[in-house]
Design a protein around this ligand. Structure first.
Ligand SMILES: [Zn+2]
Length: 247
């Protein structure tokens, strides 16, 4: 095994760090809390994730998230970031995390190793160019990955994050605002990573009600990296290392 794969993600994160406020910066951390415990050890955290952008509704989504002081993770497609670099930069500037979702959303288990590498590398370069940040989280399209995919993901210092629960907004029949709102509230739980799509209008429309309700339940909306803080995470692993609902 190559030694670089043994670098703990915490180190990788530190190396990738940009001199900006931490993703979870809120009134408490901004006040200079001396607590050394990870944010999510002290709070009821949930990580909302939005795939396939930047897209038509990215701007709307950012406004809703801001209103609820929510941070999220956006798994972006490289060729879409290339088309909309300013949107990607806007997302990053707002304190959200950007994850790598390949260059053009190919199902990686159907590709040769070299092609997998190119898919990941191209997206990584484009996202970094647009946002100044190097993604440390990756999501394989369709939740499809194998040992080769994890090897490549590890080489780029990332972890594969399939998502632990999903609203299933990728199912056409589920695309109703009321239903997606209900689904999000049903699957929500402390420490869950919720898979959604920013390309689905009804998902974006359901978000105000979802955020309102979960806020009242005491949830803090954090990025995947914030969720991982304090855990031993190694590049190339699947996070979290337990069975996941994937889409
Ligand atoms: Zn996708």
């Amino acid at each position: 095994m190559k030694s670089r794969r043994l670098i703990p993600l915490a180190v990788a994160l530190a190396l990738a760090a940009i001199p900006a406020a931490p993703a979870h910066a809120g009134p408490e951390t901004a006040a200079g809390s001396t607590a050394t415990e990870p944010f999510c050890a002290r709070h009821k955290c949930i990580a909302l994730t939005f795939d396939d952008g930047p897209a038509e509704y990215t701007g709307t989504l950012l406004k809703v998230l801001k209103k609820y002081n929510a941070k999220a993770t956006f798994f972006m497609i490289g060729n879409r970031v290339r088309k909309h670099p300013k949107l990607a930069a806007q997302v990053a500037k707002a304190g959200h995390e950007i994850g790598n979702h390949t260059y053009d959303h190919k199902y990686l288990t159907e590709l040769e190793y070299r092609e997998i590498y190119t898919q990941v590398q191209k997206a990584q370069q484009i996202i970094r160019k647009a946002t100044g940040k190097r993604p440390v989280v990756f999501r394989a399209p369709g939740g499809l990955y194998n040992a080769g995919v994890l090897d490549v993901v590890g080489k780029f210092g990332m972890v594969q994050v399939p998502g632990t629960v999903a609203t299933k907004d990728y199912v056409k029949d589920y695309r109703k605002v009321g239903l997606l709102t209900r689904r999000a509230l049903e699957v929500a739980g402390p420490g869950e990573i919720v898979l959604m799509h920013e390309t689905v209008k009804e998902t974006v429309q359901s978000l105000p009600a979802v955020l309102e309700r979960l806020s009242k339940q005491g949830y803090r909306f954090v990025t995947v990296s914030t969720l991982m803080e304090g855990e031993e995470v190694t590049p190339g692993q699947v996070y979290p290392p337990r069975p996941q609902v994937v889409g």
